[in-house]
Structures are given as C-alpha cells and as structure tokens.
Design a protein around this ligand. Sequence first.
Ligand code: GAL
Length: 426
Amino acid sequence: MRGGLSKTLALVGAAGLLAVSACGNSDNNSGGSGSSANKDVTVFTWWADGGEKAGLDGLVSTFATDCKDYKFVNSAVAGGAGSNAKQVLANDLQAGKPPSTFQAHAGAELKDYINAGQVDDISQLYKDFGLDKAFPQNLIDNLTVDGKIYSIPANVHRANMVWANPTVLKKANIDGTKAPASVDAWIADLTKLKAAGVAAPLAISKGFAQEMLVEAVLLAELGPDKFKGLWDGKTDWAGGDVTAALNKYKTLLTFTNSDREAIDWPDALGYVNTGKAGYTLMGDWVAAQQVSDKIADTAYTYWPSPGTEGDFQFLSDSFTLPTNGADPDGAKCWLKTVGSAEGQKAFNTKKGSIPARSDANPADYPKYQQSAMADWKSKTIVPSCAHGAACTLGQNNDILSAMSQFSGSPDVAKLQAAFGTAMKTS
Ligand code: GAL
C-alpha cells in the first residue's frame, strides 16, 4: 500500500539479486540505484488485503521468477473497486508522477486514460508476447480503441453473483442452494426472512456495491439486450421498464443494513458469514475472500443474481503502461507476467477470477472458478458499468453520487433522470 490514504508497505518481491532479465533491458539503470536488480517497478492497484492481496501476491511470485532484474514495489491503496485508489491515481497522473504500471478495467474506463494521453499504445507487446493469439477475440475487441490496445488483461470476473448463508435462510424455510427465479421471488424470500426475525437480510455496502445491485436488477428485468443498450445508447433510460426495475431496487434497499453507507464489501460479506444477513450481492472476488477468511465451503452458497441465470456480467482487470513512466522496461516485464500463462494461473487461482487467456486448464483451478470458466463459455456476456467495462470514470462518478443520494432519500424519478444524464453527458 502507499502513503496518503494508506500506509506505505513497499513490499519487495522475492526477486533474486542476480540473474538475467527474462524480458527487460538489463543494462538500463534508469529508475534504479546502481545494481539493475534494484530497479523498482511500482505497481498501483487497490488489492491491499484478503483475497485480493492473495491474488496480487500470486502475480508477484511469478514476476519474481520471470523478472529478476526488477523489484516489485507495492503501491496499493485500499478500498473496494478503487473507491480511494482512483482519485489518488488521478492526482499522481495529473502531477506527472505515474507509477510504473496501474490497474484499470478493460473497456470504456480505459478511454479516460487514453484521451488524457496517460497510457501508451502497447499493441506491439501483444505480438512480442504472443498475446494476440492467447486472448479471446471479444476481449481484445473490448480493449481496442481506434485499432490500438492500451492494456493487458489479467482476468475475467463475474459481477452478477449472490452469496448466501444457508443456515440463515433455513430460519424462513428457504432452500439456500437454489436462486429465486426472479427479483420478485427474491423480494418474497426477503420478506419471509424479515418476518422470521432477520432484520436486514440483504447485506450491502456503500457506493459501487449499490451500483452493482441496481445493475443486477436492471439486467434481470430488462434482459441482456436491452441492458446492454442502456450503456451504448440504444435503450431509453426514461422507459417505463426502467422505472419498474428501479422501483424493485428501491424495495430491495428496504431489506438492507442501515449502515450501508459506512461499510465496504468485505464487511457486508462478514454480515452474511456471521449470520446477521442471508445474502449479499457481490462480484466473484468473494470466492477468494472466503478462502482468505477461512470460511468453509459448506457454510455458504452462491448463484447468479435472481433473474440473470443466463447472463455473465463481466469485468476485466488489466494493467497499463503509463506514458513517461519511470522504468518502462520493468513495467513491460510486469505486463509480460500479467499476460503469461503462469502469471494468470498464479493470480486467478487465488483471486476468484478466471484467466483472460483461452488456454488455461480448468483442473488447475478451485471449484468456483471451474464453474465460472464453463459459464464464461456458455452464458450471454454483458458488461459491468460499476467496474468500467461499459462506463467511463466520469459516468461512474456521476452514477455513484446519484446512488448515494438515493440511499439517503430514495426518489426513483430522480435516480432514473440521473442515470440518463450521466450516460449522455459525462
Ligand atoms: C473491482 C476489481 C476487482 C475487485 C473489486 C473489489 O473493480 O475489478 O478485481 O478488486 O473491484 O475491490
């Protein structure tokens, strides 16, 4: 982690001191202090704790083997979905102090950095590292802007997942192994749980978690095609179907914890694990968090959010080469690790995500990721706005402030108008 909003850890990768770089230019000492093995590669993420940190550690161990000339410096800023990190990064980039590489979501979110001239075109690295063949074409398309590629994807996460505590659900005779068939059926179950004494059966946290919940309801109610249209301008935000979906979201919010504006996603998950709540909706980084928190497989169940069984709402973490970064050769070695089969395995087996590469062997992965790999191939793929696949940073910021206003005083017409404006103007 780094200074400012969080403490500096400056974790040093277990890189050996000598040996020849697997991909870097070992006689370039810029950014280093004499010995080339001391050349720092500052990696900016928001993976500071728990399962996220475990994933990052996996990448770091591969980097240590593959990039022995370089030293990993952890520049993570804690806070789910980059809620703190993105602002810190924006300031650093603005001040002309980029890290060696930073995390950004594949898709629309990258456009902000591209338009600001803050990231380099790395299309050539795809050829150098053989990545043009390793990733599925639809993901490459998502990363390509005007024929150029600006980042290397480390993974694919699924956003539309609910994590449940079957013991809590039993209190209202609800079978925790099966997803309710629709948002309405879920509301019926939440009503039963409340009547059975579970005061806030749906655990939720601030900001992006609420955005994810509203997206899940829109996806369920509108279906994948109209849902995609919300983000590319083909679906009218002012439609009656959107109003109806937002009203269901408003109802869902009445079943959530009143401290939702004060907690982050691991806390909401904790409410489920400790039996305070029955469900939380969150991306599948939860699978890694459960391992990190040592929650037994039998203590929880998971399924796609009600009404979205056939859809895989995706997002992809990718890494960039910032313009005028301190040691581009070290950064390129990090990028090579990120795209490599070994790096993706070391990362994704620990992160709850699945590899972006198409050549992974499911047998190498935990049970959850095996099912996600199968779903990635068979379900309808739709993008996440909260995690940058469908929305720019500006759009997301506007939506996040509308979500937090709604949490304080739920006004569907206002929220609906704010979504429409955010997608048109920011
Ligand atoms: C997302 C990111 C995931 C996970 C999550 C929660 O934006 O893509 O990898 O870290 O935030 O922090």
